[in-house]
Design a protein around this ligand. Structure first.
Ligand SMILES: O=C(O)CCC(=O)C(=O)O
Ligand SMILES: [Fe+2]
Length: 284
């Protein structure tokens, strides 16, 4: 636990001075386009020409592990349907690791955060999550703030019926919310954390309602990638056809500029109380 740590030094693409900063950057138009999308919308989608064979190998590794029953899952409270959320598959699959450590993705994130990306939490999905809208910042905090990104890779074509990821463009600029803002006290166990998290989810739902936010479904093709900024609201839409699959892999990244990574579920940032998260960084 670390007390009274307070620095405001956010990633440059989140800065109000973004366009001035961008002008000074030497980078390809591809990188600049992604930075503009991250600044304006809080997410970007692109194609890095990931080999089809690699994706098929990831799918096979996950399906084999499921058959053997050797997988580790997210806690129950984050499951909203029968489909498992398989965490840390990189520990048994070289292909999951290879995908998570994609060099071009690393270059993009390094440019955006001006810092070395630290890939630390992989989740492999078989079906759509149907997870309500949320910001990953309620799960993973950093100091300085907002050194967090998500990268979501489609392992098959994503379309209307298999539960695409949806985002609220621009919501990364909404104020950071923690449990204390909602007047919730520190949970003593998972069941209390669940109570808090459900209240958080309702709060986000209300925000979306009163602000009349529009959800955008991102129907991307196999091999394409979505990245999102720390505070972007996103979630899994309904799987209209429950018989389908929606294979995808998420990697969360913190960055080397972060001096402390914390678990907001058990922290009280405004009082300077942070429960540190030791990163289990994806490595070969
Ligand atoms: O894939 C989804 O539907 C949601 C995943 C997600 O929110 C996450 O991994 O942060
Ligand atoms: Fe998320």
């Amino acid at each position: 636990m670390i007390m009274s740590y307070n620095v405001l030094n956010e990633p440059w693409f989140e800065s109000p001075f973004f366009y001035q900063l961008l002008r000074k950057k030497k980078a390809s138009s591809f990188l600049k386009k992604i930075a503009i999308s991250m600044h304006e919308n809080g997410y970007a989608t692109f194609n890095l020409n990931i080999k089809n064979e690699l994706i098929d190998s990831v799918n096979k590794d996950i399906s084999d592990a499921l058959k053997k029953g050797v997988i580790k899952k997210n806690p129950k409270i984050y499951h909203y349907n029968k489909f498992p959320r398989i965490v840390e598959a990189w520990k048994f699959s070289k292909n999951v690791t290879k995908l998570a450590l994609n060099i071009k993705l690393k270059q993009i994130l390094t440019f955006l955060y001006d810092s070395r990306p630290l890939p630390f939490s992989t989740i492999n999905f078989i079906g759509g999550t149907e997870q309500p809208m949320h910001s990953d910042y309620i799960h993973f905090g950093s100091l300085p703030h907002k050194y967090l990104a998500g990268a979501w890779i489609a392992l098959e074509d994503i379309h209307e019926k298999n539960g695409p990821l949806s985002v609220i463009s621009g919501s990364h600029k909404f104020p950071l919310i923690d449990y204390q803002d909602l007047k919730l006290s520190k949970p003593s166990d998972m069941s209390n954390l669940e109570k808090n998290y459900r209240i958080y989810e309702k709060f986000i739902k209300n925000i979306i309602h009163v602000k009349k936010c529009k959800l955008k479904k991102l129907k991307i093709k196999k091999g394409e990638i979505i990245i999102w900024a720390a505070n972007l609201l996103h979630g899994g839409t309904r799987m209209i056809n429950k018989k389908l699959t929606r294979k995808s892999q998420v990697v969360h990244f913190h960055f080397n500029k972060g001096q402390l990574f914390y678990n907001p579920g058990f922290s009280d940032p405004k009082k300077g109380v942070y429960v540190e998260r030791k990163l289990d960084i994806v490595r070969r």
